[in-house]
Design a protein. Structure first.
Length: 329
């Protein structure tokens, strides 16, 4: 085993409701295991959904958020062969200055890719689980509603895979960004009279709004799928269950969760795809320019995270997403 890490690390912490701070924590005193790698964090990606609704607005403090980062391997355990010191890797780690993980959960980043870009592989993986599990195949019509970071990336992914994608969002700035990033069909909404009505094979619903779910159920082709990728964090309308059930029954539609963990985290026999495989593919696509994130994020050092989370919460941030640049700290 390798010598233990004893240095103090810095981490983003939610210390109270709607209060984010950069705090100091002791490093892990345990020796580095034979199958582990560790090193300094280069970039970590904030989550405008899970982190805000589950932790920032939560009730259990302190909480230590984050689930997407790139770090540089500084030390590797005796049995590690997949990566070496100097390699940059993605892992589902928190917002902290130092990462230590089993090498299985460290996905090597392509050479030359900006770590601030590579972290978006985590959000890409959300809709890539739907890509893995959907019955729709190219060149089928796909509707993506809600063009926040997850929806924008989902639309780009499906379009790059040969689907005919229509991306919809009522917010003009989101539509403009989607068009700049190469999406061919971007609209405010798809009305029932649209030529696409009853011809959509898959509706990837990324807004978490129940009205969007019902609208999608009425737009999909018979036996079409509506996948709820966006989390319904709160009730937004007075729709009844009958409205949803009526549409499901009469459209012969499949309504299901877009739970990304439906695919296994690691490759497994008799299972299609894996989350780690999706992250690796996502980084390749980002490196190739197949999926783009320019204009999608604001990069800032994590020394004062409070304005970032307030901006995400109230949608006043200059960009849809924020990346903490730990190299600038």
């Amino acid at each position: 085993m390798t010598t233990a890490t004893s240095t103090t690390i810095r981490a983003v912490a939610f210390t109270a409701a709607q209060r984010a701070e950069l705090v100091e924590l002791p490093g892990d005193p345990a020796p580095l295991a034979a199958n582990e790698v560790e090193g300094p964090t280069l970039a970590s990606l904030t989550s405008p959904g899970t982190e805000l609704n589950w932790q920032y607005l939560g009730a259990n403090f302190p909480a230590y958020p984050g689930y997407a980062c790139i770090f540089e391997v500084q030390r590797a355990g005796a049995e590690v062969t997949a990566v070496k010191p100097g390699d940059r890797v993605f892992t589902m780690g928190p917002h902290r200055s130092w990462q230590r993980v089993p090498v299985t959960y460290a996905v090597k980043m392509p050479d030359g890719l900006d770590p601030r870009v590579a972290v978006f592989s985590r959000l890409m993986g959300v809709s890539m689980s739907t890509l893995t599990t959907t019955l729709a195949r190219p060149p089928a019509n796909v509707l993506v509603t809600g063009l926040g970071p997850v929806g924008n990336l989902a639309a780009q992914i499906f379009q790059s895979c040969g689907y005919s994608v229509t991306a919809a969002d009522p917010v003009e700035s989101r539509r403009q960004l989607a068009s700049k990033l190469g999406l061919k069909s971007v609209v405010a909404n798809v009305p029932p009279t649209d030529p696409l009505a009853k011809k959509i094979s898959l509706h990837a619903e990324c807004s978490g709004h129940e009205q969007a779910v019902l609208d999608g159920l009425k737009l999909v082709a018979k036996r079409g799928e509506v996948v709820m990728i966006g989390v319904p964090w709160k009730k937004r309308t007075d729709l009844s269950a009958f409205d949803i059930l009526h549409a499901v029954f009469h459209r012969y539609a499949t309504l299901r969760s877009g739970w990304e963990w439906e695919v296994p985290i690691e490759p497994a026999e008799f299972r299609m795809g894996s989350m780690l495989g999706s992250f690796a593919a996502a980084m390749r696509w980002l490196a190739e320019g197949r999926v783009r994130v320019d204009g999608l994020y604001l990069a800032v050092p994590p020394r004062d995270p409070q304005p970032i989370y307030q901006g995400l919460l109230h949608q006043t941030l200059s960009h849809p997403a924020a990346v903490f640049d730990w190299s600038a700290l």
